[in-house]
Design a protein around this ligand. Structure first.
Ligand code: ATP
Ligand code: ATP
Ligand code: MG
Ligand code: MG
Length: 530
């Protein structure tokens, strides 16, 4: 397909050298629910259904999707996924791995919600923030996991005390004051003396969190004629709630992470070994100040996904409507996104040059956007496809790119819209040929080397289609932004006229964004101030 003059924005600003993680290191993706304590009404301190059933079911499903995950550990609203040292997943590209995992987990969480909370609606769109780390040595990884379990212990013990105090009549602030500065021993005593609770008898799942891994289990595969069972060893994903700081778990499962030098681990409680290590291992990518930030997300395996869900070809209006509805909701949630442009299974979200969203931390920004979008996609599915069951878990990858000038940002958007035109025109011809009886291969060879005028001719002469009369949403993509809209908010009581109010609303247009006119009509979108 023809290259456009705008493609330099890809070759020059999205280089192949996107952060790749060092070979032969463990990759860890940690996801953490965003504002879960405020937004979701869980029982306190532990909602066993949310914790055990939902988060753990999602973690198990992650193992089924991503074969290179060897171990996962989670508690509360967080989970860490460990990839094998030798993993070549997405050529170890940091942003691709992080965004894909966070997106997939978010979709799973919303998909599985009803299995565990049939009585309770999701009150808001849940989403997760992700970070990516790498660990060169077994010991440092073990040290990281030990620190996570230590945090699990501390936060669970603190929350158990806090909610017992609240249940006994204290306000939350009073309870927090009582607990300020307390340590393990003191909290244990408080629980025992005031509430007759022996902390060590609180369920292991809450005290120790959940470890997920594959193990060989004896499984009865069938029964012989005489009734004897035939037992085979099968690899299964299992969840355990055990100590992972000490030696015994790792000794029993030597294939997971083999740790030899354990001096570091012995120090985990008493020193800041982990804190020192963390600075070296977390991949931080602060985005350049005073540059436009574009976060582009793209559906993962949407070719198959669209086949599986029988999308109309070349364009399924409902699928595009679903993408657009998610973007409208996203712009309502994140005021830092000024506008968005998308086609097919992709969307680009534009943040202003001066935006301080997430202190311009790339991995936070990308993971939040892709996670929120994925949750919405699942939540809104039924509205657009009421008679189609969601048969697989949709997910998206994401990346953040910085553009130093308004001209280059405009060229970026032009590049995406030219791409939309080229793909749509090709796909329209391709599917018309296929629908007229040609095989896919024949259609491809007919279209090989053709230019825009040839394709327009083909459509007109063979199928009586004037390309320019096809829906603008297919030809131009969708541009979503906030604009002032005058709304009638109230009719006057005396019946004379009405009261109007100007409000900012998120609106969708399918217009040309390459030329000047759209930008002249909407000067507030790209100004010198933003
Ligand atoms: P942030 O965006 O900073 O992560 P957050 O509210 O999610 O905000 P966390 O430090 O991640 O803060 O804490 C997670 C909180 O979520 C817990 O304090 C708890 O209130 C709540 N939570 C998560 N899972 C559960 C659960 N299974 N049962 C009860 N509460 C839970
Ligand atoms: P990757 O994981 O590399 O992105 P992909 O299969 O998603 O692979 P893309 O190049 O992103 O490949 O192409 C998206 C595909 O999704 C299109 O080829 C098209 O078949 C399908 N698709 C997406 N949205 C629609 C839609 N609204 N109507 C019909 N098909 C669609
Ligand atoms: Mg795709
Ligand atoms: Mg795509």
């Amino acid at each position: 397909m023809a290259n456009s003059k705008y493609e330099y924005v890809k070759t020059e600003f999205e280089p192949d050298f996107e952060t790749k993680l060092l070979p032969s290191t463990y990759i860890v993706i940690r996801i953490d629910g965003h504002q879960f304590s405020e937004e979701q009404e869980f029982d306190k301190p532990n909602d066993p259904r949310a914790l055990m059933s939902l988060m753990n079911a999602c973690a198990v499903a992650m193992f089924e999707e991503f074969k290179d995950i060897v171990f996962a550990y989670g508690f509360g609203d967080e989970y860490s996924f460990v990839f094998t040292r030798t993993s070549k997943f997405y050529q170890r590209r940091a942003s691709k791995i992080l965004s894909t995992l966070v997106s997939f987990f978010s979709s799973l969480y919303v998909t599985k919600w009803n299995l565990f909370f049939s009585q309770k609606d999701l009150r808001c769109t849940p989403f997760f923030v992700g970070q990516i780390m790498y660990f060169p040595w077994d010991e440092t990884l073990r040290c990281y996991l030990a620190k996570r379990q230590d945090d699990c212990h501390n936060s669970n013990q603190y929350n158990t005390c806090l909610w017992e105090l609240v249940k006994s009549g204290k306000t939350k602030t009073e309870a927090q004051d009582i607990l300020k500065g307390t340590r393990t021993q003191c909290r244990n005593e408080l629980l025992f003396k005031q509430f007759d609770i022996n902390y060590n008898t609180v369920p292991m799942m809450f005290r120790k969190g959940s470890s997920v891994f594959r193990d060989k289990l004896k499984v009865v595969v069938k029964n012989r004629e005489n009734g004897d069972p035939v037992v085979r060893l099968r690899k299964k994903v299992i969840v355990e709630h055990c100590d992972i700081i000490g030696e015994s778990f790792w000794r029993e499962h030597p294939s997971l992470i083999a740790s030899e030098d354990l001096n570091l681990l012995r120090n985990v409680h008493s020193s800041n070994v982990y804190e020192c290590m963390k600075n070296e291992t977390e991949v931080k990518n602060k985005l350049l100040p005073y540059t436009w930030i574009v976060v582009r997300i793209d559906g993962r395996h949407f070719h198959q996904f669209s086949d599986m869900h029988d999308f109309d070809k070349p364009n399924d209006s409902k699928a595009l409507g679903l993408m657009n509805a998610c973007v409208v909701a996203l712009l309502e949630k994140f005021k830092d996104v000024i506008f968005a442009y998308g086609v097919s299974d992709e969307y680009s979200f534009v943040f202003s040059k001066t935006s301080q969203f997430q202190q311009r931390q790339g991995s936070n920004i990308v993971s939040m956007i892709v996670s929120f979008f994925s949750s919405l996609y699942v939540l809104n599915w039924d509205e657009f496809f009421p008679h189609k069951e969601l048969r697989s878990t949709p997910s998206f990858d994401g990346r953040a790119i910085c553009y130093p000038s308004t001209k280059i940002l405009r060229d970026y958007l032009a590049w995406r819209q030219v791409d939309c035109h080229i793909n749509n025109q090709y796909n329209t011809c391709f599917w018309m040929l296929v629908k007229s009886g040609k095989t896919k291969r024949e259609a491809q060879s007919i279209l090989k080397g053709t230019q825009t005028p040839d394709k327009n001719d083909l459509l007109y002469k063979q199928f009586g289609i004037d390309y320019n009369t096809l829906p603008a949403m297919f030809r131009k993509g969708s541009f979503i932004f906030r604009d002032k809209v005058e709304e009638i908010v109230q009719h006057r009581e005396n019946g004379c006229g009405h009261i109007q109010k100007v409000q900012m609303k998120v609106i969708i247009e399918h217009c040309d964004i390459i030329g000047e006119s759209f930008w002249k009509e909407n000067p507030h979108l790209i100004t010198c101030d933003n």
